[in-house]
Design a binder for this molecule. Sequence first.
Ligand code: 6PG
Length: 247
Amino acid sequence: MITLFDDGDALARGAAELFVAQALEAITARQVFSVLLAGGATPRRTYQLLAKEPYISQLPWECVHFSWGDERCVPFEDPRNNALMAHKALLAHLPIQPEQIHALPCTLSPQEAADAYQVELETFFNGKPPSFDLALLGLGSDGHTASLLPESAALDEQQKWTAVTRYIEEDFSRVTLTVPILNQARVVLFMVVGRRKAQVVKDVLSRSNIKSPYPAQLIQPVSGDVRWFLDREAASMLDEKNVSIEQ
Ligand code: 6PG
């Protein structure tokens, strides 16, 4: 389902409301809410909203467990680190314990970090493939999501829960959850803002290139519940005749 918002702030409020609703549902049903946080810039506003009223008092944060869909293999203190962004915008402001945060150990080599992250998730999910209650994802202009990068071998990984990827032009590797794991999520929420994403949003949502799908097109949760939150700029090239949009 696609939901349009006037701008990034309205989208962030919508995402915070969905986060709270999904969390309350999961906690009522299973006493725990496991959320996969997205990196990049878009989710920051949502995280900042969740860290204050009216949202922060709506959840029993001791029941929430935080993981990431991907991480850049840079030190935690590096501004490119996804966990640092979430820590500053949200986690540092919450009444939570360190055991509720399942981050990647960036001090290891990329493959060691990927392996260690799988062990961390195996432990938390008792060895079963993780089924996150809510997976927050972004969309890159090249159609990547998490760090599932175009033409990367990670796109074909069906057994492991994590994989190492790298853009040739970047001086760091990335660790990403793999497609089967992301597709185990109960709800996937893509958050996309800005005119520079309009073309890739159109390409991904119009399903015009199914022969060589964008990484984001591989995200089709087995639960079937994938939500797209777009601001009007990111949705500006969508043809409302061939995609259904909830206003
Ligand atoms: C990352 C993110 C990545 C991000 C998209 C969109 O670590 O880079 O996980 O998948 O979500 O690139 O990034 P923006 O929100 O900054 O546009």
